[in-house]
Design a protein around this ligand. Sequence first.
Ligand SMILES: C[S@@+](CC[C@H](N)C(=O)[O-])C[C@H]1O[C@@H](n2cnc3c(N)ncnc32)[C@H](O)[C@@H]1O
Length: 374
Amino acid sequence: MPFSTYMDWALHDPEHGAYGAGRLRIGPCGDFATAPSLGPAFAELLAPQLVEWLESWADCSPQGPISLVEAGPGEGQLALDLAQQIHLRWPALAARLELVLVEPNGGMAERQHQQLASCPLPVRWTSFEQLAVEPVHGVVLAHEVLDALAVERFEHHRGQWCRQRVQLRDTTVELVAAEQLSPAELETLVDLGLEQPGEARPEGWCSELHSGLGPWLSACGSALASGWLLVIDYALEAWRYYAPARASGTLMAYRGQRASADPLLDPGHWDLTAHLCTDSLDRAALLTGWHPLGQCRQGEALLALGLAQALHALSAESTGAGLGERLQRREALLRLVDPAALGDFRWLVYGRGLPAGDVRHPCPPLFLREPPLP
Ligand SMILES: C[S@@+](CC[C@H](N)C(=O)[O-])C[C@H]1O[C@@H](n2cnc3c(N)ncnc32)[C@H](O)[C@@H]1O
């Protein structure tokens, strides 16, 4: 089978998939940690950005509900932290806000129901297809979700770009170079700056194509009548993604805080994930009716949203927290902006259905806004 089918089954099969069966645990004591699993600081800093967008919609349209949609909520921690922040700090907005969770994996959705039992906002679980019947207005947040979409793997084999297939030989699964990529896939590679394989790519050089992005963005777009999509994920520009030196792509497997470059280990028990390519994402977004509104690194975004002030506030004894707790919070804040890890994540924002002026002369998101002149 093509690698993309294998990855889809290994992650999303309802009975045997790592997410489908709800096997993976997210957090410092689980299989891998994500920014929201390090504590509430991430949601505290992100909330004002989401609120700016949600309130700007509320101002244009004084009637009707506003939706904060989270795709792939994992353990549901970020959704809960955001709901608590908004309920506490922006009660007028909270009174009109619903939380909408899009989670295709039953095993994960079960844990989200438990986590959000005390959610102070109305919350519902649905799919993009169901939302498309009555599209919502607001913001879609995709934090570390698009990296879980199945990718196509290809390699340089005898002068051609060939699809990798996963095959079963006796009881062993292995990756093999198979047929040449389709003309449309080859065209995408050329658009991304990868010419025909030649001297620059040795035999066996391999990488990934993000074939799942277009369908996902299209479904997400049909679900959102107007608003913003914020994608937060590890990502590289095409020239870095497909650099000759990156000879085996970006695919990684995670389990029990261990990382492996072998995607075939114990299928259905490891998280499989590939970096996003920012150019592939922009290309797929434009083709599906989204307008790219800007992007930056997470470190820059969080500093613009007040991370330095949050660090400073921890030094004031008036926080009421003990020294141990303050040191722990300080470490979590620093991990979010560590340029060698989470700080290098990308924040990419797209809009659709916004008033024409907003798209042509978009008011830059808070995290991209220049500080006011003194
Ligand atoms: C790496 S986890 C991220 C969880 C959470 N956003 C966080 O950062 O802690 C990926 C999540 O996306 C979900 N997921 C996988 N494919 C998805 C899809 N096509 N649409 C929405 N969610 C998906 C998984 O079940 C899981 O909940």
